[in-house]
Design a protein around this ligand. Structure first.
Ligand SMILES: [Zn+2]
Length: 415
């Protein structure tokens, strides 16, 4: 079997571990039976090549080959196996099977494979749990409060798989807390989940930054009234006002994106009350998700969002409230690792562009603790979190080669 055939077989086998049939998409909620089957498949593949595995106190899976051992300084490479409901085959999975394939080909390379538990955030409504617990940036007690759709807490659901909150809190060793000195750095390979690479015909890019994010909730209040007997003048229609805001916010997003590419602004959820065909809407609540590469731009954008909401409200006699739900600063990734990746690509005649990531990843968590970068693989039509998600197996093979070349290029300590 060739390298790409093995990668393809791994991806297809893991796709078979799903709560839903393929036509609906691939569903592996964390700590579910299919999620565990996917973990066990990776363990079995590692065991077949003589590699050893450890599941840490946050339920992340670590794999090393005895030719390297657990004490040597290595590169940490991996991603996640959990999926959103009805997700695609490649998200997370490709980033796990690539280092597995590298370990099959070159077991002597300084490499540790990692599979992070619960990246997506759809199982317990909170994402990147495994990486954050291991990196020490999430209070372990959080796991006793968040629940899955069966009503179980993350602590209860994770216990049979080795989740150990007491050890996480005490953090006595590397199995309970990431020790950066054990690693040269981390590289996560992931589908791009955007159009950039596919449209430009490039297979891969290096990710040098993960976009920051603001999430806001905006409430617009007018006056509910009879749709038949209230004349058009003097109405305080909260939905008409919100609609004007949504269009102005879209224009703001377009303007900021022209100034600094990869800026995005989305109103994804809007609810009008009372929500009746014959009543003028009295109140509207809508969400706003705003992401960009630079904190200064996010600060300015947030200010302008407030201005838009205020201006439209005043003109229409509406009341408004803007609540900030989440503020995450952009997270720069390691320039040094990106340039190592670019050098390795250049040696094979491939120009590797530097791009930011619009989506969050475990890499953003690990980047807070040690040098980290990502490799993006082109996604057809930019579609992700959807069963139609697709990356070419040749591109996944190229990513494996690139990562292998970078690891093999030497182990000098760059910090
Ligand atoms: Zn992912």
């Amino acid at each position: 079997m060739s390298d790409t055939e093995r990668l393809s077989k791994d991806i297809e086998t893991i796709a078979g571990f799903s709560e839903s049939p393929p036509e609906v998409g691939y569903s592996r909620p964390t700590f579910s039976a299919p999620w565990r089957q996917a973990y066990d498949y990776i363990i079995q593949q590692a065991t077949e090549i003589g590699a050893e595995h450890i599941i840490d106190a946050a339920c992340n899976l670590h794999i090393r080959h005895p030719l390297v051992g657990w004490d040597r300084k290595v590169w940490l490479c991996g991603s996640h196996l959990d999926s959103v409901p009805s997700g695609g085959k490649f998200d997370g999975v490709s980033g796990v099977v690539i280092p597995l394939e590298i370990m099959r080909r070159r077991p002597e390379l300084p490499l540790e494979i990692i599979v992070f538990a619960e990246e997506e955030g759809t199982t317990f409504n909170l994402g990147m749990l495994g990486s954050r617990l291991w990196a020490g940036t999430l209070d372990p007690q959080t796991m006793t409060r968040i629940r899955n759709r069966h009503g179980e807490t993350a602590a209860e659901a994770g216990a049979p798989h080795g989740l150990d909150l007491a050890s996480l809190a005490a953090a006595p060793d590397w199995r309970t807390r990431l020790q950066p000195e054990r690693y040269y750095g981390m590289v996560e390979v992931h589908p791009e989940q955007g159009l950039g690479l596919w449209d430009s015909g490039k297979p891969l890019a290096a990710v040098n930054r993960i976009n920051g994010r603001r999430q806001l909730s905006i409430t617009v209040t007018g006056q509910a009234n009879h749709a038949g007997s209230t004349g058009m003048s003097g109405r305080r229609d909260a939905l008409a006002g919100a609609a004007e805001m949504v269009v102005a916010l879209e224009q703001l997003g377009q303007e900021l994106d022209r100034r600094l590419p990869y800026t995005v602004l989305t109103v994804g959820k809007l609810e009008a009350t009372p929500g009746a065909v014959n009543v003028i809407p009295g109140q509207v609540v809508f969400s706003l998700d705003f992401r960009g590469q630079e904190e200064a731009l996010l600060v300015e954008g947030e200010q302008r969002i407030h201005e838009i909401v205020q201006t439209v409200s005043e003109r229409r006699g509406l009341e408004h409230e803007v609540e900030t739900i989440e503020q995450l600063a952009p997270s720069p990734l390691s320039e040094h690792i990106c340039s190592r990746l670019q050098q390795a690509a250049a040696a094979r005649g491939l120009e590797l562009e530097l791009v930011p990531s619009g989506a969050l990843h475990d890499a953003a968590v690990i980047a807070q603790v040690m040098p980290t970068a990502m490799i993006f693989v082109a996604s057809r039509d930019g579609i992700s979190h959807n069963p139609a998600e697709y990356s070419r197996i040749e591109d996944i093979g190229r990513a494996a080669q690139l990562l292998e070349d970078m690891i093999a290029a030497g182990e000098e300590d760059h910090r």
